[in-house]
Write a protein that binds this ligand. Structure first.
Ligand code: AP5
Length: 215
């Protein structure tokens, strides 16, 4: 099974992708996570990406397209994958389409998680992640057992730089301009599925699984 998770920043793509990856035993491929890891390690890619990420902009298409084209060849993708945060522009979607065609593969569904602006702000301002193992939390909806400390490894929880309010505003503008048009793009190919993204995480997950199993 090959899936794309669409949706605004904070829409719950990462949260649902992790649950889906566990249930269906296929990898979650998050360009955001790959880029953050590169920033953390201060690689050439990381240094280049950081400039854009810190401002809430998109990393250039050719950079992320290259990352995905390499990643989908890995052995763990042979039974499928979940793309989380890619594609994010029509150009990225077109390149992905071409690449999959070359490999004689298709995308089974594009899942658009719908969440309103107010909820996004609440989610991103409360999001925290472990600086050691990367496990994600939310101070209200998924709090750690002990404030500021990861329940999995005991690491310190940190806030993503791009979750600060000014950068969130920019990310939302970029989403509207560059990524929202992908809904029409995939609607035309008949594989777009829309799912209400507000509500209990497990209920959303059950609905998403139902959508997938009915494909
Ligand atoms: P990326 O990491 O992809 O950020 P994003 O798309 O803005 O998405 P988020 O990770 O913020 O949100 P999410 O939808 O995964 O929500 P989550 O599940 O975490 O990208 C970061 C940057 O990298 C970009 O700005 C760009 O610069 C660059 N980049 C990445 N991909 C790129 C590409 N393809 N092209 C160019 N540049 C690219 O949930 C958010 C919070 O809400 C969490 O705390 C969670 O616990 C909570 N939550 C989740 N679901 C619920 C729920 N149902 N109810 C209550 N709380 C919930």
């Amino acid at each position: 099974m090959r899936l794309i998770l669409l949706g605004p920043p904070g829409g719950g793509k990462g949260t649902q992708a992790r649950l889906l990856s566990e249930k269906y035993k296929i990898p979650q491929i998050s360009t955001g996570d790959i880029l953050r890891e590169a920033v953390k390690k201060s690689t050439d890619l990381g240094r280049k990406a950081k400039e854009y990420m810190d401002k809430g902009g998109l990393v250039p298409d050719e950079v992320v397209i290259g990352i995905i084209e390499d990643r989908i060849h890995d052995a763990d993708c042979s039974k499928g994958f979940i793309l989380d945060g890619f594609p994010r522009t029509v150009r990225q979607a077109e390149s992905l389409g071409k690449k999959l065609e070359e490999l004689d593969l298709t995308i089974d569904a594009v899942l658009d998680l719908r969440v309103d602006f107010e909820e996004i702000i609440k989610r991103l301002s409360g999001r925290r992640a472990c600086g050691e193992c990367g496990k994600g939390y939310h101070i209200e909806s998924e709090p750690p057992p002990k404030e500021g400390i990861c329940g999995q490894c005991g690491g310190r929880l940190i806030q993503r730089d791009d979750d600060k309010s000014e950068t969130v505003k920019k990310r939302l503008e970029v989403y509207q301009e560059k990524t929202a048009p992908l809904k029409d793009y995939y609607q035309r190919t008949g594989i777009l599925k829309t799912q209400e993204g507000k509500g209990d995480i497990q209920s959303i997950f059950r609905n998403v699984c139902r959508l997938i199993e009915n494909l």
